[in-house]
Design a binder for this molecule. Structure first.
Ligand SMILES: *Cc1c(COP(=O)(O)O)cnc(C)c1O
Length: 396
């Protein structure tokens, strides 16, 4: 075997022995709820399609029409010839929805974070990041020469002590957090972080991939994201998110002030040097935002369904549509997931390195259209799995 293949094979063998090798399984969804996996049809509790908009007739029709008219790809970077007029329309709509001056759409959420962070923080700057922030926020910090400090999960006092001791040594400071944490389902203490950042001239950026479309209090906050889960909504100058979850399509965005957005469009490398998103995806996202704004009640259903589940199991009420049940050992979580599949439920086991060693978990994602009886049946199936000890939060 040559050294390259020997390297790959040895690496895989090591992962295999630790139960960490990942295997792709072919699967497809037919209605935003049910999923076909290797000959079985399962009810999915693992899709981030919180509003089931991937298959919404209006969303599909808008994307299909744009596809027919404008073709599949956008053909070049947006700064060259890939800047379809639909992108400006989508950006205006996103900015209005998120309550920002302007927006910048990227090819994906991952591309957004890896472009935004190094554009804002460079040599002589400071980045603070929550230890449980999404992998692509960490990837963004790794692309920046700034000094990085990781603060304990949702620990505002820790972030404060870091700012007090470090802030004065640097030109600019940027604080990065998820709005909703993707593997834990808890919310960041955004009002406290916003107050802290204001005090220390630190720029607050939230990644609201799991908040858009599903969080927000009252008619004015409806579906606008985790910032609107608080009253009054805190000021967050950098609101990042994705079009790939509740919006049901693909793409990423940043909502911010006009100068910040203009800077991204001039300097963010993942914007400048990556092909613009397909126009049909912009059309689909516009239609999805239309559905969210015009169907009152829709954006509240995923959280209500998650709370039905947590209530049935006697757990604290879910804060978001994501509910973790931490079982600890990898083998235990694999066995639990396979047992649930035998009962007709797709619940993906989440293992290290996606989550910390010893915190392997079942991660449930609730969507608007999950039938009540199925959620109750799921809770009955999950109860016995928790008998030998389980927790549903990583932080005290
Ligand atoms: C999914 C996710 C992303 C990445 O978004 P994509 O559009 O899928 O690339 C970024 N941040 C968080 C918190 C996510 O959950």
């Amino acid at each position: 075997m040559n050294s390259l293949d020997a390297f790959a094979a040895a690496k895989l063998a090591d992962l295999e022995t630790r139960g960490l090798r990942r295997n792709l399984r072919a699967n497809f969804r037919e209605d935003g709820l049910w999923i076909h996996v290797e000959g079985r049809k399962l009810l999915s509790f693992s899709c981030n399609d919180y509003l089931n908009l991937t298959h919404h007739p209006a969303v599909k029709a808008a994307a299909a029409e744009a596809l027919e008219t404008y073709g599949l790809g956008s053909g070049a970077s947006r700064l060259v010839t890939g800047n379809h007029p639909l992108f400006e329309k989508l950006e205006a709509r996103l900015a209005a929805f998120k309550g920002a001056e302007a927006a910048c759409v990227f090819g994906a959420g991952y591309l957004a974070n890896t472009g935004i962070v190094p554009t804002l923080a460079g040599t002589g700057d400071l980045i603070l990041i929550d230890e449980l922030a999404h992998a692509c926020l960490f990837a963004g910090t790794q692309l920046s020469p700034a000094t990085i400090h990781i603060f304990r999960h949702n620990d505002v006092a820790h972030a404060e002590s870091l700012l007090k001791s470090e802030r004065h040594k640097y030109r600019h400071a940027l604080l990065l957090t998820d709005g909703v944490f993707s593997m834990d389902g808890d919310l960041a203490p955004l009002p406290d972080l916003a107050a802290l950042c204001a005090l220390h001239d630190c720029w607050l950026m939230s990644d609201d991939a799991h908040g858009l479309g599903v969080l927000g209090l009252g008619a004015r906050g409806r579906g606008r994201g985790s910032r609107h889960a608080f009253d009054p909504p805190p000021i967050i100058p950098l609101q990042m998110g994705t079009l790939s979850k509740a919006i049901g399509g693909y793409g990423g965005y940043l909502c911010a002030s006009q100068p910040v957005v203009d800077l991204m469009k001039t300097r963010a490398r993942t914007f400048v040097y990556s092909t613009g998103m397909p126009p049909a995806l912009a059309a689909g996202a516009l239609a999805a935002l239309e559905v969210i704004e015009n169907e009152p009640g829709l954006s509240e259903r995923p959280l209500a369904n998650a709370r039905l589940f947590t209530a049935k199991l006697g757990l604290p009420p879910a804060q978001s549509p994501i509910v973790p049940i931490i079982l600890g050992a990898v083998e235990r979580v694999m066995k639990a997931a396979s047992g649930l599949a035998d009962q007709g439920f797709l619940v993906m086991p989440i293992r290290p390195p996606t989550v910390a060693e010893g915190t392997a978990r079942l991660r449930f994602a609730f969507t608007a259209n999950h039938p009540r009886e199925e959620i109750e049946r799921l809770a009955e199936a999950v109860g016995p799995l928790m008998k030998d000890g389980a927790i549903n939060a990583t932080s005290p």
